[in-house]
Design a binder for this molecule. Structure first.
Ligand code: UT7
Length: 342
């Protein structure tokens, strides 16, 4: 059986920086509230007319990853694209990337596992490489959150958290027999909590016209959440996140006969700095062993891990032999981990 390794990483974030102070001009929030509860200082938002979209940002990150992997784009045999904010209801962003990068007519697969999306996508790619089916796979996580957030006080508990951006990785067949590469991936879901962090409509169960009629009939409280904006039961998600993050990291360590002491770098999904700090304490990790950049980008869902991984690599945190643990939790609920020896 073959093994896989990450041979190239890339990221792209839109230029437009939106600070907490900027948000406090358009909704009732404050820099102090946002920083204290989440650690976020600013995030990037696509600006109308800047030419970006989920697929386009994904393609930009992919271009860098391909270049750094030292392969030709013709060497890519599969695209796996993770997002919760696709450009179209259908088709998915994967086929758009095939076109944008002018790739051969390779298969394109879209993954819909929100914050865990990148690890799910990585896991799929890893299995294709293990079986020998493909040698080079492009894995992308990209999100355009700003296009669908309620940027009023009614939506503040969600909209201050999220940012736009993309990250990409090339997963290749490992040609070295030195026990490096993706050592394991572990994936989970618990759909009983599907509505606790969700965007219900528009969808096949909730079309726009139906939502508009409901809005009119209910004469609802203008502060109440609306179905076509994301909803999150923040405290419930927080409680589950800290428990599941710990479980799934442990699961990965145990499967590889490792302990927390073997972790060189934990790259957690960037949902909340407080969650990352909780996990850091729980596993007794030093500051340099946990990579966080939520301060700059907010929560970019499927893009958060590949953006963070790219920056960790660029900043010299990852070298040959480094044990990197990726972990994520989010909507679904879904959660996942990956253990990688670089
Ligand atoms: O990526 C997917 C996974 N996501 C997560 O893991 C996120 C998990 N949850 C969280 O990180 C936290 O629950 C939040 C950061 C989202 C919220 O923090 P919290 O401490 O749970 O706050 P809360 O929702 O309980 O709200 C506390 C207060 C409320 O006011 P009252 O009812 O106490 O008067 C909110 O209305 O803060 C208010 N509030 C805000 N105030 C200023 C909510 N959002 C804001 C805001 N600015 N943006």
């Amino acid at each position: 059986m073959y093994t896989s390794k990450i041979t190239g990483l890339g990221k792209y974030v839109p230029e437009n920086t939106v600070t907490n102070a900027d948000l406090s001009k358009i909704m009732d929030t404050s820099d102090a509230w946002i920083q204290e509860r989440t650690g976020i200082k600013e995030r990037r938002h696509i600006k109308k007319g800047d030419g970006n979209s989920t697929a386009i940002m994904g393609a930009k990150a992919a271009k860098i990853a391909i270049e750094r992997a030292g392969i030709a784009k013709e060497d890519i045999e599969l695209i796996v694209f993770a997002t919760l904010s696709p450009d179209y209801f259908f088709p998915g962003c994967g086929v758009q990337v095939q076109d944008l990068l002018n790739l051969p007519t390779v298969p394109a697969l879209d993954v819909r596992n929100q914050c865990s999306g990148f690890i799910y996508a990585l896991s799929v790619a890893d299995q294709y490489i293990k079986t020998g089916m493909y040698k080079n796979i492009l894995v992308i996580g990209s999100e355009n959150h700003s296009g669908g957030l309620d940027m009023t006080t009614r939506g503040r508990s969600v909209s201050v958290l999220f940012g736009d951006g993309a990250g990409a990785a090339i997963l290749s067949r490992n040609t070295e027999e030195d026990n490096t590469g993706v050592l394991s991936t572990h994936l989970h879901s618990e759909g009983a909590f599907a509505k606790e962090l969700a965007l219900i409509g528009p969808s096949t169960s909730h079309w726009v016209d139906q939502i508009i009629v409901e809005e009119k009939n209910l004469k609802r409280d203008p502060k109440a959440p609306i179905d076509y904006y994301p909803y999150m039961n923040g405290q419930l998600v927080f409680k589950n996140a800290v428990a599941r993050f710990s479980e799934v990291i442990n699961e990965g360590l145990v499967a590889n006969q490792l302990t927390a002491k073997d972790i060189d770098l934990l790259v957690p999904h960037q949902a909340n700095l407080r969650i990352a700090q909780f996990i850091q304490k729980k596993f007794d990790l030093k500051d340099h062993q946990v990579f966080n950049n939520i301060q700059k980008y907010g929560n970019t869902t499927a893009a958060s891990i590949p953006i963070a991984l790219t920056e960790a690599f660029e900043e010299g945190y990852i070298k040959k032999g480094t044990i990197v643990v990726l972990a994520a939790f989010g909507s679904g609920f879904t959660w996942a981990s990956a253990v990688i020896k670089w």
